[in-house]
Write a protein that binds this ligand. Structure first.
Ligand code: SAM
Length: 294
């Protein structure tokens, strides 16, 4: 699909380095494909150099849609960033009081993230905070835990490395997805949604910074083009998210909501990365089934 060039709307699509690297790699060659890029120091292909401004603002906002660390209570919410890369968002969450875990399939990626975290925890850069928070409530007086784990999101063997006490793995209160879903082969999307439902604590929330919402759905990835309707189909609709047609993506929300998630919020962030061309959206999801109170 991506070997030379594709003609789309009279323009020639020329695959870049990342797409060419993954061209022809099947599902079971994806993880190794990412590790090769880390090992050959090519993380510049996706690295944005700072935490997500949209997530910084959400964490510092007064929104009660996501769990927030409470300074008076010892229990800290537990956050996961799957496919965390250099770990910018992991460190930022810890600086806001979360116990934050970063999952990476690449050993070299985890080593790189640990180096980044050590520097930032010692001397946090201003990118970790909104301009409104400078000199205010953040950074948290006691940052939460930062832990990077080597593992495959689609396997379960790493979950035991994310237990903060003797209680065993009880799920995450917050999971953040940025450029992880779009990094996966489309045929892996359904499993992405299933794993998200397994990894969330019963009252936890999944936050997606939806990207790239502008990219032609028929073009190859990574990043693979996504739409609001694809996230909806996967999480609320219970579908496989294999949508390449704009009209079908538009109509996805009309289908019966057979999926495990409910969307709590859908907002356009005031700040996000420039690469999004002004199209990024934040979606916030929780599981339908929640424990009964009392
Ligand atoms: C496009 S990069 C995004 C990195 C990070 N979210 C960021 O914003 O910088 C995708 C990352 O997911 C990692 N990854 C890919 N497949 C994975 C898997 N199955 N389990 C865990 N990590 C994976 C890759 O090594 C890569 O670092």
């Amino acid at each position: 699909m991506a070997n030379a060039s594709n003609r789309r709307n009279e323009t020639i699509f020329v695959p870049g380095r990342l797409i060419s690297h993954f061209n022809g790699r099947g599902r079971f060659e994806q993880a190794a494909g990412w590790s090769v890029l880390w090992d050959s120091e090519q993380s510049d292909l996706w690295d944005r150099g700072k935490p997500s401004p949209a997530l910084v603002d959400l964490v510092e906002s007064s929104s009660d849609l996501i769990p927030k660390p409470d300074p008076g209570i010892e229990h800290r919410p537990k956050a996961l960033v799957p496919g965390c890369g250099k770990g910018y968002d992991v460190v930022m969450l810890a600086l806001h009081g979360y116990d934050a875990y970063g999952l990476e399939v690449s050993q070299k990626g985890v080593v790189t993230a640990r180096v980044h975290a050590a520097g930032q925890l010692a001397a946090p850069s201003k990118d970790n905070f909104s301009s409104a928070s400078q000199g205010g409530r953040y950074p948290a007086s006691e940052p939460g835990r930062v832990k990077f784990v080597v593992g495959d999101f689609f396997a379960r063997d790493w979950e035991s490395d994310c237990c903060s006490d003797d209680q065993g793995f009880a799920g995450f209160d917050l999971i953040y997805d940025y450029t992880f879903l779009c990094a996966l082969l489309p045929e892996m999307r359904k499993d992405w949604a299933r794993r998200m439902s397994e990894l969330l604590a019963p009252c936890g929330v999944l936050v997606c910074l939806e990207f790239p919402l502008y990219k032609d759905l028929e073009l190859p990835g990574p990043p693979w083009g996504l739409r609001e309707g694809i996230y909806w189909d996967l999480l609320a609709g219970g579908g496989d998210g294999l949508i390449q047609d704009e009209a079908i993506a538009q109509d996805a929300r009309q289908k019966p909501a057979k999926g495990p998630f409910i969307r709590l919020g859908y907002v356009k962030p005031e700040r996000t990365y420039e690469i999004a061309k002004g199209t990024d959206m934040l979606s916030i999801w929780r599981l339908k089934e929640r424990p009964r109170s009392g």
